[in-house]
Structure formats: structure tokens, C-alpha cells
Design a protein around this ligand. Structure first.
Ligand code: EPZ
Length: 424
């Protein structure tokens, strides 16, 4: 296994281009199962989670061809209605193939995803929604068995605006008989990207009100080519890294409108943030002012930016409070930051961060994707050298992170875990 060696204290300067969105790509790849034919996807990020989803599609009989700048997904034939446990265990998002397999095959068998490092994460909204559309659902031996000759339109209310349930149910409803409404639905930009893809393929999906989606079922979807939106979480990570290193970075290929909460909170810390047509520039300042953050569904502050932003607040000039409302245990990484000298304690769903003068480099382990971003940012800020392991979690969602950071002047290197190599 590899590790990252980072020597902190370097200012990040220059420009960096954002890759395609992981979360939009995953839900669009699931939706390609509904196209009896070929789909060409451009700007598909080359990351671990995308490889896992392509492997899942392949196991279902879909033919995948990876070209230089696009992937061709041929779902003309679906040969299996069963999703392999080892892939769903590896990545929860692959559970969402359930609805699409059910629509294509009239039955589906998909393992129930377990919990993960950031929270319990049940899928009850997904199952309730499919049942409302007429699916017969059984749970046996850790698998969900679903049956339906043809899904029919339904009026579905979500207890919480779940991103996954919104994508899963809207995708399945696009080929249902009649019209479906999803109320209290999620509105994340990645969902709009999914709907743009489905509508381009012939579906009829739109938001008719805030958090209300109308899906008029159609007979079939047609072959199409689609360019996936940029990854706003990757962009946000670079923005925070620029602030954390008192740097000056231009993040290209992202519309600032997708990052308003992160931009506002960075400005509150005293950073200068310049918004441009398809780019954002962050100029870090000192001291960093403490801020309070509450994570919320979009358009609130995104939970996926909670961990990277909290890392920045470790060296703020005062006390900050960060409240996580989406997941019930997304503070595990704080014990690793404490190893770097952070002064933080958790009370219920709130982390109370007393800013310290500096962090110091240390060996730390990544427990989940965004925890990885937080530890990399902390290491870039810290005095001395950090050794970061658990990179498989980071590689799931960041394309060539160390290459991009090195191009901005970071002292960062990926080496084999057993290597005694160091940076100097
Ligand atoms: C998506 O996860 C993203 N993943 C997550 O990003 C992101 O954190 C999350 O949305 C919230 O923005 C992908 O898009 C692949 P949810 P998802 O359903 O769909 C509860 C990253 O770092 N819930 O909106 O799984 C659930 O437990 C990842 O890129 C139910 O109770 O999130 C959670 O507390 C991490 N029952 C809350 O809703 C359900 O049936 C939000 O979950 C479904 C969800």
C-alpha cells in the first residue's frame, strides 16, 4: 500500500483544473442501465468509485469501453439481475442499481448496504418509494429481492431530502407507467446533472416547485452523449487548501454558484475570494478568523466540505463550532487531527475547535474520503513532515490529488508504505 509524505508550510500558488463530478457520475452511470443501447460519457473522473461502478455494470452484462476522453456504456443486454455483494459492500452508491435492474428485468436482487465510517445510512426511503411505485420488496439473507412487471407512477414523500433516494426513485420512475411526484426531494447540483442526462435521453423530469419533482414516465430512453458536470467538492477542497496555506490559487472549470456556502464561509474567515465566470480565485490571509458552520442539504453548507473546512479552523484565531446535521458520526477524523496538535472536542453533533498557533506533522490514517482531504490540508498547514496512510479512501474520490497539489507548489509525494524515503 502507498502513503503520502507531505512537508507543510509551503504556500499553494497557481491554477488547477477541476475534474468531473464523482457523485454526478455515479448516479448517471446507474441511469445508463435504462438505455437499451450505447451512452457516451465525457468528463468521467478517473477515480476508484467510478471504477467500482463500471465493474458493477460489467457484472450485470453491460459492455464498457474506455476511450481517451470518454467512456462508452452499452447496456443493450442486461445478463444478470443480481448485484455482487463485494461491490455494494465496497461502495454504497452501487445499491442504486436496484431500481434500474428492476425496470429492465422485472426483478432484482441487491445486497443491503452496511453502515459506513460516517454514519448508519439506512435505505428505507429508497425501498418505501419503490414499494409506492408497485414493487414487491422482500429482504432475505442480507439481500433485497424486488419484483415488478412494470412500475407505476406514485406520489412519494421523503422524510428527509435524501440525495440517493431522490436519484434512485426519479431514475426508476422515468420509465414507469404514469406520473410520479417526489416531495421533500433533494436539490443538489449533481441531481440536476442526472436529470439533464435523463431528459437528453428522452425522459421527462423536472422540479415543479422547491423540493417537488414531477416525472412523467416515458416508453424508452434513447442513446446519447453527455458531458458530466465538474466536481464542486474537489473545487471546494482546493479552495480550502489555498486558504490553509495562505496561498493564491485559481480553481478553473467550476461555476462559483455551486460553492456559495463555502465561498461565504471562507470570506468570513478573512480570505479574499474572487468569483469569475467559470472559475474562482482564493487568496489566503492571516489571521484566520473563527467561524461557525452547520451542515445542511443543498443549498445549505455541504456536509462533504465539513471535514476539509474544519481542518482549516484548527489554526483559526479563536473558537469555532461545527455542527454536523446530515450524518450521525462524521467526526471520527478529529482524533487524527488531535495527533497533529489540534485542540478540539465533540459535544453531541457539534465539534468545538479552539484554534492553535500551529499544527505539527505526524503519521495519520485516513478513515473516509473527505477525512482524507482534511488530513492532507492539515499536513499542508503543519510544521514538519506528515505520513498519511489509508490512501485507498482518498483515491475513491480525488483524481491525481497529489499531482495537482504538487503543481501548485506543495511538497507532497506518494511512496510505497514500507519505503523509508523522505522528502528532503
Ligand atoms: C450522497 O450520499 C453523497 N454520495 C454523499 O457524498 C453526501 O454526503 C450525501 O449525498 C449528502 O449530501 C453520493 O452521491 C454517491 P443521503 P447519500 O441519502 O445519497 C439518511 C462524498 O463524500 N437516509 O442524502 O447516501 C442518511 O442516513 C459522499 O462524496 C435515511 O435515513 O446521502 C443520511 O443521514 C459521502 N434513509 C441522510 O439521510 C434513506 O433511505 C443523507 O443521506 C436514505 C438516507
Amino acid at each position: 500500500m502507498d502513503k503520502l509524505i507531505i512537508e507543510g508550510g509551503r504556500r499553494l500558488t497557481g491554477r488547477v483544473k477541476v475534474s468531473g463530478s464523482k457523485n454526478a457520475a455515479l448516479s448517471i452511470l446507474v441511469a445508463t442501465l435504462l438505455v437499451k443501447g450505447k451512452t457516451k460519457l465525457y468528463n468521467l473522473p478517473r477515480i476508484g468509485d467510478v471504477w467500482t461502478m463500471l465493474e458493477m455494470l460489467n457484472k450485470l452484462g453491460v459492455k464498457v469501453k474506455l476511450e481517451e476522453d470518454f467512456a462508452e456504456i452499452d447496456a443493450n443486454e442486461i445478463e444478470s439481475y443480481e448485484a455482487p455483494y463485494e461491490l455494494v459492500k465496497k461502495m454504497r452508491a452501487s445499491f442504486n442499481v436496484l431500481g434500474s435492474i428492476l425496470v429492465r428485468c422485472g426483478r432484482a436482487r441487491v445486497p443491503l448496504p452496511g453502515g459506513c465510517d460516517i454514519g448508519t445510512r439506512p435505505v428505507d426511503f429508497h425501498l418505501k418509494g419503490l414499494q409506492a411505485m408497485g414493487a414487491e420488496i422482500r429482504m432475505e439473507h442480507g439481500y433485497i429481492e424486488a419484483y415488478a412487471d412494470k412500475l407505476r407512477g406514485a406520489d412519494i414523500y421523503l422524510d428527509f431530502p435524501s440525495v440517493g433516494a431522490t436519484c434512485h426513485l426519479a431514475t426508476a420512475a422515468s420509465l414507469a407507467e404514469g406520473t410520479t411526484y417526489i416531495r421533500n426531494a433533494a436539490e443538489e447540483p449533481e441531481i440536476h446533472d442526472l436529470f439533464n442526462f435523463l431528459n437528453q435521453a428522452g425522459a421527462d423530469i423536472k422540479y415543479i416547485d422547491s423540493r417537488v419533482i414531477e416525472i412523467k414516465g416515458v416508453e424508452k430512453l434513447r442513446e446519447t452523449s453527455y458531458e458530466i458536470m465538474p466536481d464542486r467538492m474537489e473545487a471546494g477542497t482546493f479552495m480550502i487548501a489555498a486558504a490553509a496555506t495562505e496561498g493564491d490559487v485559481l480553481i478553473e472549470g467550476i461555476d462559483p454558484v455551486y460553492l456559495k456556502p463555502v465561498i461565504e464561509k471562507l470570506r468570513e474567515t478573512g480570505c479574499e475570494v474572487l468569483e469569475m465566470e467559470n472559475a474562482v480565485r482564493v487568496i489566503g490571509k492571516r489571521p484566520i478568523k473563527p467561524v461557525n458552520i452547520v451542515t445542511l442539504p443543498h443549498p445549505g453548507f455541504p456536509t462533504d466540505m465539513q471535514q476539509p473546512f474544519t481542518a482549516l479552523l484548527m489554526i483559526a484565531d479563536g473558537t469555532s463550532m461545527v455542527t454536523e446535521t446530515i450524518y450521525d458520526s462524521r467526526f471520527k477524523y478529529l482524533s487524527e487531527l488531535a495527533r497533529m496538535g489540534a485542540d478540539v472536542k465533540v459535544e453531541g453533533r457539534t465539534a468545538v475547535i479552539k484554534g492553535v498557533k500551529e499544527l505539527t506533522g505526524a503519521p495519520v490514517v485516513i478513515s473516509d474520503l473527505r477525512a482524507g482531504a482534511a488530513l492532507v490540508i492539515a499536513a499542508l498547514m503543519a510544521r514538519g513532515v506528515s505520513e498519511i496512510t489509508g490512501l485507498e479512501n482518498l483515491d475513491r474520490g480525488y483524481e491525481n490529488l497529489e499531482g495537482k497539489l504538487a503543481s501548485l507548489g506543495a511538497s507532497i509525494k506518494r511512496v510505497a508504505e514500507e519505503s523509508r524515503e523522505c522528502l528532503v
